[in-house]
Write a protein that binds this ligand. Structure first.
Ligand SMILES: [Zn+2]
Length: 421
């Protein structure tokens, strides 16, 4: 795919995400590579088009690897040579300058990652009868082909084209290896043969099964665009990986039936990438008519952690909410910990879903009240926020929770009881 087109598509995706969701200024609040991670890894699971493109191209390589001839394969072999068929590693071959862009992209897949040839590492040879696997030239045991691991022995072998099945012979229950050398071996070469035999000792063949290729990233061993995509994301964007315990929380926030725009807001907040006064300052976006200080108290700068957790008003909201849920807590130092405390205090999975719904509703309602206070002369009153949380969480629970519906007054009385129905 031409770089220009990829950039354009990504631009449209980003504008949709940051413009469509939030309105107003189009700030890309979170790195695109993070947005594209799976939800379980702290992303939004948005597909990056260039990596999708590479994964689709890799599928062609997989199909060229599989046995069987087809007209399209014959055409490509006639045009580009027979090294492209049944061969994983193309890194040693020159990309033809006359090839189409599609073909050049396919040829350059080997070098997508700087650190390794990901295609070679993603494919493994699964031995059956050993009859279609080259003993010396295919990587089927160890980290490289045996011709690379044992170059001396390879050069001395009488049968360099042998298959595994040719050399491995069954005697009763045992498998033995028969080699043939061009001359008598020196002692140090005999030592190499001992090493080679040790490596081969665990090998057994299944005579009724054909050898085949297996796609390592997929549990079923069959190539899938999705598994190739996930592999590329992991390899290319490894520096954006979260700590395990943080990633777990990002994974859990989606386990709530809150509306996805609400969860996406919580997600953005956990990264501390929402347009608080302090975050706008950091990015040099000055909103002159907005007060610099927190709407919930006097004289404090509006940071995310203050507005949502440590502001006296926010604390009143949380204490009210926890009292309502029947959970006793001390306000922790972070929203992550608060999330864990709440999640851990639910009696079962249904209640947990409901509690997480209320956690999202609380963040959402605080933010709404804050915006209405700044932009629409609304008030930022803990009591009103708590009422709002009870109301929206009740509405969401009716729409989305898989429990028997409750009346509003039942919900405001004891949500834990309603969630157990
Ligand atoms: Zn405050």
């Amino acid at each position: 795919m031409p770089v220009r087109i990829r950039k354009e598509v990504v631009r449209i995706q980003r504008e949709f995400l940051w413009g469509g969701v939030r309105g107003g200024k189009k700030v890309s609040w979170i790195k695109w590579s993070v947005v594209c991670k799976a939800k379980s890894k702290g992303g939004l699971g948005v597909r990056d088009v260039s990596l999708v493109n590479l994964s689709l191209l890799a599928k062609w390589r997989w199909r060229l690897l599989l046995p069987g001839r087809a007209l399209w394969k014959d055409v490509l072999v006639a045009k580009y040579g027979d090294h492209i068929i049944h061969n994983v590693d193309w890194s040693g071959f020159r990309t033809p300058s006359s090839g189409s862009n599609w073909w050049k992209d396919i040829c350059s897949l080997d070098s997508v990652l700087e650190s390794k040839n990901w295609l070679v590492e993603s494919v493994a040879r699964k031995l059956g009868n050993g009859l279609s696997t080259s003993f010396w030239l295919t990587k089927w045991i160890g980290d490289a082909p045996l011709s690379v691991l044992f170059p001396r022995l390879f050069s001395l072998s009488n049968f360099r084209d042998s298959t595994v099945g040719d050399l491995c012979i069954c005697h009763g229950d045992a498998w033995t290896w028969s080699f043939s050398w061009r001359r008598a071996l020196f002692q140090w070469e005999e030592a190499l043969v001992v090493l080679l035999r040790e490596l081969l000792a665990p090998v057994t063949l299944s005579l009724e099964v054909e050898d085949k290729w297996s796609w390592v990233p997929d549990p079923d061993g069959v190539f899938s665009v999705k598994s190739a995509y996930n592999l590329l994301v992991e390899e290319l964007w490894i520096e954006d990986d979260l700590d395990e315990d943080v990633a777990v929380i990002f994974d859990h926030i989606w386990e709530s039936p809150a509306p996805s725009k609400v969860i996406a807001f919580s997600w953005q907040l956990l990264y501390d990438r929402i347009p608080t006064r302090s975050n706008l300052d950091v990015r040099g976006i000055f909103v002159s008519d907005a007060p610099w200080e927190c709407v919930g108290c006097v004289g404090r700068v509006e940071t995310s952690i203050h507005l949502f957790l440590h502001c006296p008003s926010a604390m009143m909201v949380w204490y009210d909410i926890f009292r309502w849920l029947g959970v006793v807590i001390v306000i922790p130092h972070s929203l992550f910990s608060l999330f864990e405390v709440l999640r851990g205090s639910a009696r079962n999975a249904k209640v947990r879903q409901g509690f997480l719904l209320i956690w999202h509703a609380t963040l959402w309602s605080i933010w709404k009240a804050r915006n209405s206070s700044i932009f629409a002369n609304g008030s930022f009153s803990p009591k009103e926020i708590v009422d709002e949380i009870k109301e929206v969480s009740w509405k969401w629970s009716l729409d989305r929770l898989k429990v028997a519906p409750s009346l509003f007054y039942e919900w405001t009385w004891d949500p834990g009881e309603c969630l157990l129905r």
